[in-house]
Unconditional design. Structure first.
Length: 195
């Protein structure tokens, strides 16, 4: 009887292991910085799509913060170039280096690394007040407390996203607070797992 149960379990295991292409739909996430600025980047890529978020810091959150989304060149091997509102972002193969190019033509190099598996690191977002709030979490899982940098907007105004400390993921989201003149607003930014 036990041998029969083991045989059935092994048969089911072999069937489940062979179902479909496990690499299909797999995405990867990276986080990094834009050199010589206070801005950070968060990137989520799949085989054919990418979402790239630039989040300005204390001095640049209202001027540098941008979302870019679009196709990956050559099935992911060739990187990409995306444009939005006069700004452009380029990424080489592997999405670990590139440049953010301002409307004035200034090229700002950026670099990124894969997120630490099982950590809170990554790119987060939430739609609120007609605009997409974004946040990038870095430092988690590397012996340091996680650091969250984000920007909220409503189409006219920008405000920095403040993490509700400690920075912890609740499910697939992180609670944050947005200080506004009319009073603080709380949101949960969700981990972006697909571009």
């Amino acid at each position: 009887m036990l041998a029969g149960k083991i045989a059935v379990a092994l048969a089911l295991l072999s069937l489940s292991a062979g179902c479909g292409d496990e690499s299909a739909g797999v995405s990867s996430s990276s986080v990094g910085v834009i050199e010589d600025t206070d801005a950070v980047v968060g990137i989520v890529t799949s085989a054919d799509q990418v979402t790239f978020y630039v989040c300005g810091g204390d001095k640049t959150y209202s001027t540098m913060t941008r979302w870019f989304s679009g196709p990956v060149s050559a099935g992911g091997a060739g990187g990409t170039t995306l444009s939005k509102g006069g700004w452009k972002v380029t990424a080489g193969a592997g999405f670990n280096r590139g440049a953010l190019i301002t409307p004035q033509g200034k090229s700002l190099p950026w670099s990124a690394r894969p997120v630490v598996a099982g950590s809170a690191e990554g790119l987060y977002g939430a739609f609120d007040s007609g605009c997409r709030t974004g946040a990038v979490v870095t430092g988690s899982g590397r012996g340091a407390d996680p650091r969250l940098q984000g920007t909220w907007c409503d189409g006219k105004r920008y405000a920095q996203v403040i993490p509700i400390l400690p920075v912890v993921r609740v499910g697939d989201g992180i609670p944050v607070r947005i200080p506004l003149p009319e009073g603080a607003k709380d949101l949960i930014v969700q981990l972006l797992e697909e571009p």
